[in-house]
Design a protein around this ligand. Structure first.
Ligand SMILES: Nc1ncnc2c1ncn2[C@@H]1O[C@H](COP(=O)(O)OP(=O)(O)OP(=O)(O)O)[C@@H](O)[C@H]1O
Length: 268
């Protein structure tokens, strides 16, 4: 029996993994004390694409991101990774199935060096309760992989700098490197350009393009210029629900999308 057919036999699972779809939400709902932060979201992320999730402040982007990566359990609905349900799994098992995420708030250990941060992540992305760190000396076997990852995110010349000394942009590069330690097939990036100037943004755009080769990338992003440059397709959220989904050029002309953003400008 294949893993997909096994998943299809779980009661309540729909038996049809969609071909070519890497990550999928089906009728996803998340309620916080009766308030629907995610309202019946159905969404397909195609394998190999860069997909941006956008929307005005409070639209439910972060909540959806947390649902897709297993950091929140849905109130109802499904999340599927390569056709298999993952919404009942803890985050570390989702990582093992090929999905990694970065965080809007830095997940870097400031007192460790850049290289040590990557070594620790290579050992385990999300340590289980009771599981303590392997001594750094024993992690050295992972050194060549750590160095390759650092080079790929543009930090090859900074392995011994304390992470605390990195610029904001360099920290984001390191976070993407930490996400890459699990060699994900699907990478979720939460606002990778937040708080950056134009130089840092250009660097991150180039980096995301590079890490997207051979994998699927989903990003939450506020900066429309970044979205226009990076995204193959976008999904627009408002009040927790999807108001438009498709290619950037089509979606940006959608009257509902224009209204959602004009409304935000008028209030904000
Ligand atoms: N843990 C929670 N408890 C109660 N309400 C929550 C919780 N998390 C999010 N919300 C609410 O759900 C709605 C969506 O929040 P979310 O952070 O997902 O939006 P967002 O689109 O990421 O916003 P922003 O662009 O400002 O980061 C907001 O009204 C928020 O106040």
């Amino acid at each position: 029996m294949t893993a997909a057919s096994a998943a299809a036999q779980v009661p309540g699972n729909l038996p049809d993994p969609s071909p070519g779809v890497a990550l999928e939400a089906r009728h996803l709902v998340k309620e916080f004390r009766g308030f629907r932060a995610t309202n019946d979201v159905t969404l397909q992320i195609h394998g190999g694409e860069i997909h941006a999730i956008i929307g005005p402040n409070g639209a439910g982007k972060t909540t959806l991101f947390n649902l897709l990566s297993g950091f929140l359990r849905p109130t109802s609905g499904e999340v599927r990774l390569f056709g298999e349900r993952i919404d009942t799994l803890p985050p570390h098992q989702i990582v093992r199935r090929g999905l990694s995420r970065s965080f809007q708030i830095s997940s870097v250990f400031p007192t460790m060096t850049v290289r040590e941060n990557v070594l620790v992540a290579l050992q385990s992305p999300t340590p289980l309760p009771g599981q303590f760190w392997t001594p750094l000396s024993r992690l050295e076997a992972l050194g060549p992989r750590a160095d390759a990852i650092l080079a790929s995110v543009g930090l090859g010349d900074a392995p011994n700098r304390p992470a605390a000394d990195l610029s904001h942009g360099e920290k984001r590069q390191l976070e993407i490197g930490i996400s890459l330690t699990q060699d994900p097939r699907v990478l979720l990036l939460d606002e990778p350009t937040s708080g950056m100037g134009s130089e840092g943004i250009a660097r991150v755009i180039a980096l995301v393009r590079q890490v997207a080769r051979g994998r699927t990338v989903v990003l939450v992003e506020h900066n429309m210029s970044v979205v226009a440059q990076l995204a193959d397709r976008i999904t627009v959220l408002q009040y927790g629900g999807v108001i438009a989904s498709g290619r950037y050029d089509d979606v940006r002309r959608d009257p509902r999308v224009i209204e959602a953003y004009l409304g935000e400008e008028a209030h904000g």
